[in-house]
Design a binder for this molecule. Structure first.
Ligand code: NDP
Length: 324
């Protein structure tokens, strides 16, 4: 019987239990996939901890790469043996075997490894909607990115740099600053030691930036707003330090007629066409060498709790995968 990580009750990392699971025949529109590599993302922590309400029991994980073992009725375009990846499953990927809606899958080209495929989908497509859709990063622009050495952060820095932007990034340590710098971050700021608003003012000679990409939440709020130019865009796309507390929209007026958005990937790849387009752009920047996916941490699937502890404790950089 296949094994999976199951959350029976939300809570600490020890809520991640190693269990037998039954995986039947794929339903109409589904395929059965044997996972080869499974992406670990911060959203998995929000779900496991209960920050994002979940019905239990559930198998966490929204991202994986694997091989098709069976094809359900009505599925076209996929066959047994195809190597596929998914970044928008939401849940269900911390497993050896799963049935999944074929509409959520893309085929993985030969030159992209299992680990890269399992890391590029959710994080890469997140960067795609952030810098190509929510705000189109322009050549000559200076942008601010928090957690620049993280999974999403390293991809964002490289991709924005390749578009001709100057990238300012916050990081938690000197080692992370070096890593971010090597991946397109022109000005890493160690925000535990330096006031990032002052540094952004200095770097931009008082002009500040047109867009801030903030995945930290509580700890960088509302200072992130102070880094923006008048009518600038505040993109709040995560809560690694906890959610932003309730606030009055008046603050956006007071700080310069700012615009705020709180987007989620799922609304940018909700149709097969959108998914193919976004994944296609991600694969293109990877194949061209503009973006290198850094899979810096690998754990066995059974050790998912350790991966969650390390990610939450800010011990990781780049992307993390679980090996089934
Ligand atoms: P990361 O690899 O970026 O890990 C999170 C990083 O956040 C840490 O390494 C740490 O970097 C920083 N951080 C700052 N404060 C804290 C804190 N109190 N606790 C933990 N970490 C902290 O994770 P991911 O790449 O998986 O995700 C990055 C962010 O993007 C997450 O917030 C995630 O929710 C968000 N996201 C949002 C999506 C969307 O659709 N809206 C989709 C995908 C991801 P440092 O030490 O350098 O500060």
């Amino acid at each position: 019987m296949p094994k999976a990580i199951v959350v029976e009750q939300t809570g600490s990392p020890s809520a991640l239990k190693w269990r037998d699971v039954e995986v039947g025949r794929p339903a109409k529109g589904e395929v059965t996939v044997r996972t080869k590599s499974i992406g670990v993302n911060f959203i998995d922590i929000y779900m496991r901890s209960g920050l994002y309400p979940m019905e239990t029991p559930f198998i966490p994980g929204g991202e994986m790469c694997g091989e098709i073992e069976a094809v359900g009725g009505g599925v076209s375009g996929f066959k047994i043996g195809d190597r596929v990846a998914c970044g928008t499953a939401g849940t269900g990927c911390y497993t050896e075997l799963l049935n999944i809606d074929a509409g959520k899958l893309v085929k993985v080209p030969r030159e992209i490894s299992d680990d890269v495929a399992a890391s590029m989908m959710l994080q890469g497509m997140t960067v795609q909607f952030l810098i190509r859709q929510v705000h189109k990063v322009q050549k000559g622009e200076t942008i601010l990115v928090h957690a620049a050495a993280g999974g999403v952060g390293l991809i964002l820095c490289q991709w924005a740099k390749s578009l001709g932007a100057t990238v300012i990034g916050t990081v938690g340590s000197p080692a992370k600053a070096r890593l971010a710098k090597a991946h397109g971050c022109d000005y890493p700021i160690i925000y535990s030691r330096e006031n990032f608003v002052d540094r952004v003012r200095k770097i931009t000679k008082g002009e500040m930036v047109p867009v801030v990409y903030d995945s930290i939440g509580k700890a960088t709020w509302p200072a992130s707003l102070d880094c923006l130019q008048k009518r600038g865009l505040f993109v709040s796309f995560g809560n690694a330090s906890g959610p932003i507390p309730d606030f009055s929209p008046l603050i956006l007026m007071q700080k310069g007629s700012l615009v705020m958005t709180r987007p989620t990937l799922f609304d940018f790849v909700s149709t097969p066409d959108e998914l193919r387009k976004s994944a296609g752009e991600v694969m293109k920047v990877i194949k061209s060498g503009a973006v290198k996916i850094e899979v810096n941490h690998k754990y066995s699937l059974r050790e998912a709790a350790r991966a969650h502890r390390d990610l939450a404790a800010r011990k990781t950089t780049g992307s993390i995968v679980l090996e089934p």
